[in-house]
Design a protein around this ligand. Structure first.
Ligand SMILES: [Zn+2]
Length: 270
């Protein structure tokens, strides 16, 4: 069984010391997939300094040279991998970036090229800001050949670009829902990779304020009993002592099973 860890929102605004505080005792056990924003725009969020909340200005990651150096050496040490997390991560009145931006195709293409060049790495994963994707946003990610690491993406064929696997995968999800006694609107994480013609998708279990060890254990135990895999998604900027404790306790619990392997998130799609 493969288990991975994803962390969202690394950007120009991220202090390298914060990543060390949160993951220093974790990333030698399990690599952290840092879903990174290449040109973050300031908006009201705990991870962004207050003076940038209303600035509407976009900050290239390259302008935080110390962070760029840190990301390169963390990746070289196998402690992190880099995924693409939107382009500016800005919110529009009509939706989140990859639901409402007028040019999702350009954003994926340029963001991918920029981050790969800047960090000297190959990026294989896209994480949608706020886990939100329009049909066109999804088509843009798929066309770029990036795999999707999400949580609660919609599988309804009407919400997706058409291909025959759309229908096959939708029926898989429906069968899983029925077999596990879930009702139509119950939210759940499907524990297997779903493959489409140009990309694949996997869902993560959120670790946010209020998430308990029992919540994650329940998701992990179900995935394990079904022969699936498991991924946790969190945000470094909201990890406090309680959340850190939940994360470490969950890692301790999972690592007692001999069949569990802590892997880079990219390996979920292997
Ligand atoms: Zn985000």
């Amino acid at each position: 069984m493969k288990v991975a860890l994803r962390d969202d929102d690394t950007s120009y605004f991220t202090p390298p010391a914060r990543l060390h505080d949160v993951y220093g005792a974790v990333w030698d056990r399990i690599p952290v997939c840092l879903a990174t924003v290449p040109f973050a725009i300031g908006y009201p969020q705990a991870g962004i300094p207050r003076e940038h909340w209303q600035s509407g200005q976009s900050f290239p990651l390259a302008e935080h040279a110390a962070l760029v150096d840190e990301l390169k050496s963390l990746e070289a040490a196998g402690r992190v991998t880099i995924a693409l997390h939107g382009y500016t991560h800005q919110d529009y009145p009509s939706g989140y970036e990859f639901q409402a931006a007028p040019d999702p195709e350009r954003r994926v293409r340029d963001g991918l090229a920029y981050l790969q060049q800047l960090l000297g790495t190959t990026i294989r994963i896209f994480v949608p800001p706020h886990n939100a994707l329009s049909k066109r946003g999804l088509a843009a990610v798929s066309a770029a050949g990036l795999n999707l690491l999400g949580s609660f993406l919609s599988f309804r064929p009407s919400m997706r670009p058409w291909e025959w696997r759309t229908l096959v995968n939708y029926w898989r999800i429906r069968r899983f829902r029925a077999a596990s006694g879930r009702r139509r609107h119950d939210r759940f994480i499907y524990p297997y990779v779903l493959r489409y013609s140009r990309h694949a998708e996997f869902g993560c279990h959120s670790l946010i304020p209020g998430t308990t060890f029992e919540d994650l254990k329940r998701g992990f135990d179900e995935a394990r009993s079904l022969g699936g895999d498991f991924c946790i998604a969190t945000h470094y900027w909201e990890i406090d002592r309680t959340m850190h404790g939940v994360l470490v306790r969950t890692l301790d619990y999972m690592s007692q099973f001999p069949d569990v392997r802590f892997v880079k998130a990219e390996q979920l799609f292997a």
